[in-house]
Design a protein around this ligand. Structure first.
Ligand code: AMP
Length: 459
């Protein structure tokens, strides 16, 4: 028996959790499940990796089992989960199967980019749960293949990404067709005002469960930045990948073409890799992902959207071939490693055009990222450019290098010996050091009040 027993889950669910080797609920599960089994609406601020899928799937399975009258009706599901990407929808569908393996609940997954025949056939046989991306779902609804008037449990997963991807109108149309008499759950990694507005319109007196601010996740991961000219990035990548400690790496690029170029370069260097992005066929994406999950592929090159929600255990390294312009995306990306307390490393390449992105990222994660300079493509010019635009030389070099933490890193001047606190503005020797103010972020940096003086590295 697990200590899920305190959550009043029915025996077949407890058995599935034991079979999966889950010893205890994660915080989001412990905080959500009792309210969800009691029928409350929920606003969950949590990202992938927190166990949020089980947090909504377990009570959903329980409720559907308790209210089941035998075989589900054709084309009229009783629960609907909306997800922004095919990959996430498939992953949720897999979780439903795993958690529901000892129950008689039917589920199917609906997404675009593949023929609709099998999906329609599954709907016609009758399903309790539909997990879907918005576009294909609407399409099938418009064809009269399914109706949502029986949906008593409605979940929107990754709502922020759903809006980022332009699904708001589809979500509204779908919501209008869902039974009004329902329980609604909305999960989002971030809570920008558009998501808060959507949540307000959808949820009735919700429980709000917020799991570890994203920066907390980032703090657990060993993060480094490598300054490199844009033209040298691919060579740097193949050099970095020579490190045999990198046993499972996700490489992120900003664009689909960038992903293709990186993959081509790696192939030329005889480094096998998979690629997933929006222009790849659904089959190709699934195949690459499966090989990566099974450990047959050591490297998977991905764009953010394709990789959204993907959960792969044992990712040792996340490599940001391009830095994202949205710092939240950086946090999402690096959260793919160091899952469940495992060690993980995030390696980011920063070229001449990405300096601003780095500032934004450091602001949100509330610490400076150590610089790795012992590689053949280190660009001093790019490193120095930062000083001229943003911070004084003596503050920067001490703050960025941490000689204690890794032998590969070298400390150029007085900064390394004490763990890199030479940038401490409270240090009388540093009187001439101006307080660091990133160009686009005037004023006090979050988490930098008090004694660390603006550039301390989090412990
Ligand atoms: P999620 O945030 O839903 O994507 O889940 C992240 C990962 O955590 C998945 O691989 C789950 O299988 C795993 N997981 C979820 N709940 C638990 C738990 N209580 N104990 C151990 N692993 C879990």
């Amino acid at each position: 028996m697990t200590n899920f027993s305190g959550l009043d889950l029915i025996e077949p669910l407890q058995r599935a959790l034991s079979a999966e080797g889950y010893a205890a609920p994660t915080p989001i599960q412990a905080q959500s499940i009792p309210h969800l089994t009691a029928g409350r609406d929920l606003l969950g601020v949590a990202q992938t990796g927190t166990g949020k899928t089980a947090a909504f799937v377990l009570p959903m399975l329980q409720s559907l089992t308790e209210t089941s009258n035998g075989r589900p009706q054709a084309g009229r599901p009783r629960a609907l989960v909306l997800a922004p990407t095919r990959e996430l929808a498939i992953q949720i569908g897999d979780s439903v199967k795993i958690y529901g393996q000892f129950l008689n609940i039917k589920a199917t997954t609906i997404f675009g980019g593949t023929s609709q025949g099998q999906q329609v056939a599954a709907l016609n046989q009758g399903v309790d749960i539909v997990v879907a991306t918005p576009g294909r779902l609407l399409d099938l609804m418009n064809q009269g293949k399914l109706r949502l008037d029986q949906v008593g449990i409605y979940v929107l997963d990754e709502a922020d990404r759903m809006l980022d991807m332009g699904f708001i109108h589809d979500v509204r149309k779908i919501t209008d067709r869902v039974s009004k008499d329902r329980q609604t759950l909305l999960f989002s990694a971030t809570m920008p005002s558009a998501v808060a507005k959507l949540a307000n319109g959808l949820l009735t007196d919700p429980i709000r469960v917020e799991i570890a601010a994203q920066s907390t996740t980032a703090e657990r991961i060993d993060q480094r930045v490598l300054f490199v000219a844009k033209a040298q990035k691919r060579n740097l990548l193949s050099t970095v990948l020579e490190d045999s400690d990198i046993s499972r790496a996700l490489v992120f690029t900003r664009t689909k073409h960038g992903a293709n170029r990186v993959a081509k370069h790696l192939e030329q260097k005889n480094v096998r890799c998979g690629v997933i992005h929006g222009n790849k066929s659904q089959n190709a994406r699934q195949e690459a992902l499966k090989s990566f999950k099974d450990g047959k592929l050591r490297i998977l090159v991905a764009t953010d959207i394709a990789a959204r929600g993907i959960d792969v255990e044992g990712v040792t390294h996340v490599i940001n071939f391009d830095l994202p312009n949205d710092p939240e995306t950086y946090v999402h990306r690096i959260g793919r490693t160091a899952r469940a307390g495992a060690a993980g490393q995030a390696i980011s390449f920063c070229d001449e055009e990405e300096r601003e992105y780095l500032f934004d990222i450091e602001k949100i994660i509330r610490k400076m990222i150590d610089v790795e300079i012992d590689h053949p493509f280190h660009s001093q010019e790019i490193e120095d450019a930062e000083r001229s635009v943003a911070r004084p030389k003596n503050e920067r070099s001490g703050g960025r290098r941490n000689a204690n933490s890794n032998k590969k890193r070298r400390s150029k001047n007085n900064g390394g010996g004490n763990g890199g606190h030479a940038g401490n503005n409270n240090d009388p020797k540093n009187n001439n050091v101006k307080k660091f103010t990133p160009r686009r972020h005037k004023g006090k940096r979050p988490g930098h009040s008090g004694n660390s003086g603006g550039r301390s590295r989090a412990a």
